[in-house]
Design a protein around this ligand. Structure first.
Ligand SMILES: *[C@@H]1O[C@H](CO)[C@@H](O)[C@H](O)[C@H]1NC(C)=O
Ligand SMILES: *[C@@H]1O[C@H](CO)[C@@H](O)[C@H](O)[C@H]1NC(C)=O
Ligand SMILES: *[C@@H]1O[C@H](CO)[C@@H](O)[C@H](O)[C@H]1NC(C)=O
Length: 316
């Protein structure tokens, strides 16, 4: 059983951790895609990637300040939002919330992540297992080889039923036809499962868009293919963040397609990476020379993730 504890001390991180703490060689698997990355325009970055990031940033704030939308800078960056529901306990079960975004005419589901240093060492703990995707929740998984990280699935399952009920209720009460599912870090891994669950439950006329930031690998190649066919996931990786390259491919994990990579941290240098685990994007990074601060950001403009971004009480 895994627990992911949310520690509000992200600002105390060292600038880099460069020790080769994994005992595993960098990925040398040759089934990685090597298609040439293509530039993503500033306009596309602004119009598609920034807004979900703003919602993911809010998810790190204290639950009570999300309910009242008074979490400081993260909440102030988003207007015309109606909070609908939250779940999780800000401890072993990371928080999620559901809100109505009137400007975008969408329902937003955002998952918080967890302490990145602990998370990194957990994801490199070779004792975790790939387990079958719950075929009671995902009937198409029955009789297939779809496997996911057991810790992610257990964490997902703890809030899945209440979250889905909240989404169905929110769709009915607001009448919107779009669900935006987002999260950073562990929150991004949870968002992929949440997005797949919602997609199965809603009317086909409802658009379900999942955008993750600093996403770790969450399952095997069959899971990556499942996400590709069901969701068309988008996930943003920042420079030399180590989290997107764990758990390693050598242990059977694989990313889906949909990576958008920030090459040098400037808003004008994002690339779209064709295929799964493209070696010319974060998969080409090394677990020996990485920068955990890149996991937190900034990803765009001044958007970083973690509780220090929340200014509880200062603005509210
Ligand atoms: C992509 O990566 C491969 C393998 O690392 C390399 O040979 C190739 O030159 C790269 N292509 C581009 C366009 O960067
Ligand atoms: C993207 O947003 C940044 C910051 O708000 C702004 O400076 C830039 O002009 C925008 N670019 C486009 C193409 O909209
Ligand atoms: C599998 O999904 C069902 C809902 O379809 C849920 O009730 C059950 O707890 C899940 N199983 C596990 C092991 O999480």
């Amino acid at each position: 059983m895994y627990t992911f504890t949310l520690i509000p001390l992200l600002s105390l991180l060292p600038a880099t951790l460069s020790a080769p703490i994994f005992g595993l060689p960098p990925s040398t698997s040759d089934d990685s895609a090597t298609g040439k990355p293509t530039p993503v325009s500033l306009d596309t970055v602004n119009s598609t990637l920034v807004r979900p990031a703003l919602f993911s940033r809010v998810a790190y704030c204290e639950s009570a300040t999300i309910t009242s939308w008074t979490c400081g800078k993260p909440c102030e960056a988003l207007s015309h939002i109606t909070f609908l529901q939250s779940g999780g306990d800000e401890g072993a079960i990371p928080l999620y919330y559901i809100a109505h975004d009137a400007d975008d005419q969408s329902l937003v589901v955002a998952h918080a992540g967890t302490d990145p240093v602990k998370f990194l060492s957990l994801l490199n703990d070779a004792e975790f297992e790939l387990v079958a995707l719950n075929s009671s929740r995902f009937p198409e998984a029955a009789g297939t080889d779809i496997k996911v990280h057991d810790g992610f699935q257990q964490t997902f399952e703890r809030t899945a039923d209440g979250l889905l009920a909240g989404v169905m209720k929110g769709l009915a009460s607001t009448g919107v036809k779009k669900v935006v599912v987002t999260g950073h870090s562990l929150g991004a891994a949870l968002a992929t499962m949440t997005g797949a669950m919602i997609k199965d439950a809603v009317d086909p006329s409802v658009n379900v868009a999942v955008t993750g930031y600093g996403l770790p690998r969450g399952g095997n190649e069959a899971w990556a293919n499942f996400l590709d066919s069901k969701l068309g996931l988008t996930f943003v990786t920042n420079q030399h963040d180590p989290i997107p390259i764990v758990p390693p491919k050598a242990l059977g994990f694989q990313h889906s397609s949909g990576e958008i990579h920030s090459v040098d941290g400037t808003q004008s240098n994002f690339v779209a990476c064709p295929g799964q685990d493209n070696e010319n994007c974060s998969t080409g990074n090394s677990l020996i020379d990485f920068n955990i601060v890149n996991h937190l950001g900034p990803y765009f403009q001044d958007i970083s993730f973690g509780t220090p971004e929340c200014s509880t009480g200062l603005f509210g």
